[in-house]
Design a protein around this ligand. Structure first.
Ligand code: ARG
Length: 231
């Protein structure tokens, strides 16, 4: 691609919710993570630069709908409902729901969440998973604006468990060894796939799909994966 790295590269406005390590989080005032590295690689391959802002989840989705944002990159699960409002790249990461709780809480399977207080990030698949177990209008489900606030609530005892994406759950447990946390998954939790989100009918989708394929084929994806998942 002769346009690679050109100073004429257009800058895309990217929204995210940057409390979702290892995919996107803030470090010394900068947004870093697997998603950030991957998006940089793919955008570069497609001949674009990116400007990524921590808009928050809801504002990211709203910004895609009203086309103020060019891209949403936030470990966003591709699903049929969302496809009505946004376009998605081809999948770039496989995920599943996971339950996080303090050791000693009696949780062995999803069913054990019944009767417990469950924290989720509002509008995410963690919420949908919790609702599928506890019921859609369960008052036992507490919805938080960010992923980080779910874990704050778990630490303080405001909730008994958090339902979130497995890689994020495992990273949090690993980074907080003194919180005595444990995770379980459940056979009923289905695989989900993350995609890069665009406004409906954006011409970026085709370009980014092509670039993503390239980044997956040329070893860049594997390098980024190894950096963030150490395998
Ligand atoms: N994969 C889940 C979803 O799409 C959770 C994503 C949350 N992302 C974030 N950056 N907080 O619903």
């Amino acid at each position: 691609n002769s346009n690679n790295g050109s100073s004429k590269d257009k800058v895309l406005n990217v929204g995210t919710e940057a409390t979702f390590a290892p995919f996107e989080y803030q470090q010394k005032g900068k947004i870093v993570g697997f998603d950030v590295d991957l998006l940089n690689a793919v955008a570069k391959q497609a001949g674009y630069k990116i400007s990524i802002k921590n808009t928050g989840w809801d504002a990211m989705l709203a910004g895609l709908q009203n086309k103020e944002l060019d891209v949403g990159m936030a470990g966003i699960t591709i699903n049929d409902e969302r496809k009505k409002s946004y376009d998605f790249s081809n999948p770039y990461f496989e995920s599943k729901s996971m339950i996080v709780f303090k050791k000693g809480t009696n949780i062995k399977t999803a069913k054990d969440l019944i009767g417990k207080k469950v924290g989720v990030q509002n509008g995410t698949t963690g919420q949908f998973t919790a609702e599928s177990i506890l019921g859609k209008n369960s008052n036992k489900i507490s919805k938080y604006e960010t992923s980080a606030l779910c874990f704050t609530a778990l630490k303080s005892g405001d909730v008994d468990a958090v339902v979130t994406d497995n890689a994020v759950a495992l990273q949090y447990v690993k980074n907080n060894p003194n919180s005595n946390l444990e995770t379980v998954t459940d056979k009923s939790f289905k695989s989900e796939y993350y995609g890069i989100a665009f406004p409906k009918n954006s011409d970026l989708k085709a370009k980014f799909d092509k670039a993503l394929t390239k980044v997956m084929d040329n070893g860049e994806y594997a390098k980024i994966y190894k950096k963030w998942f150490n395998k």
